[in-house]
Every structure is written in structure tokens, then in C-alpha cells.
Design a protein around this ligand. Structure first.
Ligand SMILES: *Cc1c(COP(=O)(O)O)cnc(C)c1O
Length: 367
């Protein structure tokens, strides 16, 4: 075995329960992008078993995958392209986000035998998806061909709880809800919060929260909100690999493409058979691995399929030994947050980009 991502489903359960409690409302488990790299189906099942009542995905094909696997919980897909097979979505009882009059028209046209269940997405200030200027010109006619079951929006800065944009967006959301009520549409699910808002902005909980990153046990932003541990979250993914090769290398040896670094002393280097094709960021040279109770930093450039670490002259490591690339940090190992920082990125991108060559292994107990 070369490498594996071990996914602790009991951590998912713990996090769902914690987030449900924190929000005091219903929870939609966000399982887009292969459940942030953790595996769509096992995570979806674990989240539902732990009390999530809805699943949320970006793409229609992700929602179809869940239905084909026999999941019958409510599913919302929020980035459904124009020209999609809306009939199939309706047949499969997949709920659709709608952000324009044109989309309403297209979905209404596909609602022949059964009306589509839609959530109206409104732009409250993020200026990405959602109705903005069209909201005021919306007519009952536009809405007559669909079954409106929800209205939602998305925060741009929920990970900065003190920012005024949060209260502005909340206020705008309430105004847009009131406007919808003028069509007689009142008894629908209102949802606004992502993970950060679920943890830090109780006033935005409404009827449901949509939690992604925190459900995987990762902090939405360790600088502004604190790390996983301080939030009571349990990281679900541990990425590990078996050392491909360990060898003694003399001082002054140039390592890797471009010879960007040299060994500073006689030392033992380890080769890990994972690279940027597996989602190890090429720019992450300030990260490394956890090997035999200590950190071993990356030396030289990350290649497509491999990278090299400096194990230190005293290391007793041998090829085949298992090392941790990132974990929950409780032993001193690097975390997804550390890899995010080392990559000028965020934990979201680290876990989501672990590639399909890395098998996901499910376990209730990792540590
Ligand atoms: C991805 C996403 C979420 C989840 O965000 P987290 O920060 O991971 O909790 C919620 N809502 C929408 C619309 C999203 O696209």
C-alpha cells in the first residue's frame, strides 16, 4: 500500500451532533465535491445517521449519484446548469436552487407531470449566485410553474464575525423573505448559514444551516475562529503514506527538480510516493510529514508523484514505515490547516484536492 486517506466516520457523527446543537435548528450536510474529498456516499450516510435532515451538493450529477445509491433523504443541488435534464431531476425528487427568471422558465417547462421543488437563491451581498435585480421584477406567473420550498442566501464573510457585511446580509435576507411573502409564499425553509455562521452567528440560523467544512472537523478559519480543537471539532481525515525509500545522503546534495535545496548535513532522506497528482501542493515546502514521533520537513520541490523529506541523521525510519502527512494534530503531526498555510491556501482546498489515486479507508477509530 502506497498511501491512504483514513476517514473517521465517528468524527463526522460527533461534528454533526455538535453543529446541530450549536445551531438549534435543522442541518443540511454539504457533501459536494466528493464530500470535500472524504467520499460522497459514506459521509452522506454518516451525516444522515447522525441527524442531518438534508443533503446539499453543487452539481446535479452529485445529487443523481446519491439517488442512484439509494439515498432517499431530501437533496438540494445549487449549481444546476442551464440545459440540464431537469425532468430527470424532478423524477428523482432532487430539489433545485434557482437564481434567475430564465432558470425558473426552463424548470417550469420541465415540470409537466410533477412540479419541481425549488429553493430560490437570493443575493444578499456576496455578488456571486442568486437573484439580485430580477428579484423585484419577479411575478407570480414566474413562480406558478414550480413548487417553492425554500429561500436561501450565502455569507461572504461569516468567518469574520465582527464584519458589518454579516449583519447587512442578514437584514437583506429578511427583506427578501418579506418580498417573497407578498406572493403568499411564507411557509418555506429559510436558510443562510454556512459552518462559520453556524458556529458564530446564532441569529442567522433560521430553519436550517448548511454545514460543510466544520462537519469534516476543520475550522472555517483558524486565524479568526480558532482551530478545530478549540471549536470542539474532530478532524475526520488523516492522510498517511508508507515511505517508498529511505537512504543516507551526504551534506551538500542538491534535492529534486531545479536543485532548489541542498542537504545541510549528512542525513537520512525519505521519499514519499505522493505528489501534486495526488493533491500534495507543489508550493507547500514549509509542510512535511510526521514520522516516528517527529516532524520531518519537505526538502526540495514536490514532484508529480513523489516528494522528499529530511528525516534527520538519527532517524531509524525504514522504507515501508507509515508516516502521517496530516492528521488532527494531537500528536504533533501537521494538520490540514498547516498544509493550507504552507500552500498560501486553506484547509478546504487541501482535503478537497486529495486525488482519486488515494484510496479512502473508513474507520470509526483512527487515533
Ligand atoms: C459550500 C457551501 C456551503 C458550505 O460552506 P462551509 O464553509 O464549508 O460550511 C454552504 N452553502 C453553500 C451554498 C455552499 O456552496
Amino acid at each position: 500500500m502506497r498511501a491512504e486517506a483514513i476517514i473517521d466516520l465517528s468524527a463526522i457523527k460527533h461534528n454533526v451532533e455538535l453543529l446541530k446543537k450549536a445551531s438549534g435548528t435543522n442541518l443540511l450536510a454539504v457533501v459536494k465535491a466528493d464530500a470535500y474529498g472524504h467520499g460522497l456516499l459514506p459521509v452522506a450516510k454518516a451525516a444522515l445517521a447522525a441527524g442531518a435532515t438534508y443533503l446539499g451538493v453543487a452539481l446535479l450529477e452529485e445529487a443523481i449519484g446519491l439517488r442512484e445509491a439509494g439515498i432517499d433523504a431530501p437533496i438540494l443541488a445549487w449549481l444546476v446548469q442551464p440545459g440540464s435534464d431537469f425532468k430527470q431531476a424532478i423524477d428523482l425528487n432532487i430539489e433545485l436552487a434557482v437564481a434567475s427568471r430564465l432558470a425558473l422558465k426552463e424548470i417550469s417547462a420541465a415540470s409537466t407531470s410533477k412540479k419541481a421543488r425549488v429553493h430560490l437563491e437570493v443575493d444578499t451581498g456576496m455578488t456571486r449566485g442568486g437573484f439580485l435585480s430580477e428579484w423585484r421584477s419577479l411575478t407570480s406567473e414566474d413562480l406558478s410553474g414550480v413548487d417553492v420550498v425554500g429561500i436561501f442566501s450565502h455569507f461572504a464573510r461569516a468567518d469574520e464575525p465582527g464584519e458589518k457585511q454579516n449583519s447587512d446580509q442578514l437584514k437583506r435576507f429578511e427583506e427578501m423573505i418579506s418580498h417573497l411573502a407578498t406572493f403568499g409564499i411564507t411557509n418555506v425553509i429559510h436558510h443562510l448559514s454556512n459552518s462559520a455562521a453556524t458556529l458564530k452567528n446564532g441569529a442567522a440560523a433560521f430553519d436550517m444551516v448548511r454545514t460543510g467544512i466544520a462537519m469534516y472537523g476543520l475550522t472555517p478559519d483558524f486565524n479568526t475562529l480558532g482551530n478545530s480543537q478549540s471549536l470542539g471539532l474532530r478532524p475526520a481525515m488523516q492522510l498517511r503514506a508508507a515511505l517508498y525509500l529511505v537512504k543516507d545522503v551526504p551534506a551538500g546534495s542538491p534535492v529534486g527538480y531545479g536543485a532548489t535545496e541542498k542537504t545541510s548535513r549528512d542525513t537520512k532522506l525519505g521519499v514519499v510516493a505522493m505528489g501534486y497528482a495526488d493533491g500534495i501542493p507543489r508550493i507547500a515546502h514549509d509542510a512535511g510529514i510526521w514520522c516516528a514521533g517527529k516532524r520531518a520537513p519537505i526538502i526540495g520541490r514536490v514532484s508529480m508523484d513523489q516528494f522528499v523529506v529530511d528525516l534527520g541523521p538519527e532517524s531509524k525510519a525504514q522504507s515501508g514505515d507509515w508516516v502521517t502527512i496530516f492528521g488532527n494534530g494531537s500528536h504533533g503531526e501537521y494538520t490540514a490547516d498547516d498544509w493550507g498555510s504552507a500552500s498560501q491556501s486553506i484547509n478546504y482546498e487541501i482535503v478537497t484536492r486529495i486525488g482519486p489515486r488515494v484510496p479512502r479507508i473508513y474507520s470509526a477509530h483512527v487515533y
